[in-house]
Design a protein. Sequence first.
Length: 246
Amino acid sequence: MSGHSHAANIAAKKAKTDAVKGKIFTKVGREIAVAAKSNPDPTTNSKLADAIAKAKAVNMPNDNIKRCIAKASGELNGDNYEELTYEGYGPAGSAVIIKTLTDNKNRTVDYIRTAMRKHGGSLGNAGCVSFTFSNLGVIVVERTPDLEEDAVMEFALDAGADDFIAEDDAFVVYTTPSNFSAVRKYLEEKGLNFFEAQVEMVPQNKITLSDEDLVKFNKLVSALEDLDDVQNVYHNVDLPEEDEEE
């Protein structure tokens, strides 16, 4: 499996500006709020524990995390968010899956449909492209000089991971969704730092776009990711190295 090369570069560049960090914190904060709504205790709520781990991976301050949990548990006023998934096609028939958290479904689908249409894409019916993706837990571990590859691999296998890939700047661990929380917790207890830790839609196969279509596709993904209601955008396009690092 692949698609997470240069994780360290991506993480570092995402954290460069306060504006970008603020948008990331807002999106992760919504996930924490949704997860905490039924149970605000991460020791007994694995979904909340996973959301907190994701927040820590993007360096979200503890005060922000606590505030999100407080809102969800009713200590502070907060919005009610609904998890919705949209599927469709980008330029040259590329597959796109859009995960959202919204308090206004009509607004969200209107914004997504407009962004897709403006950049050469179109929304499809539920299930139109998701069958070409696998739902997997993905944990991207920071690779440091004192961290031995064999040791991390052993940790991952002992934890019950399904796959392990060593890359230049990170180690990528794949799990089943049902085993993700246990693997994440085990690796966390071993003192490993994460660039990323979440359940994702991973394409079973990737496609290569022409230069012209790739420009259109990147504009489409950027437009979707800029929408406040959009949490994640998954796709099956093989991005050149320089695009992955931008």
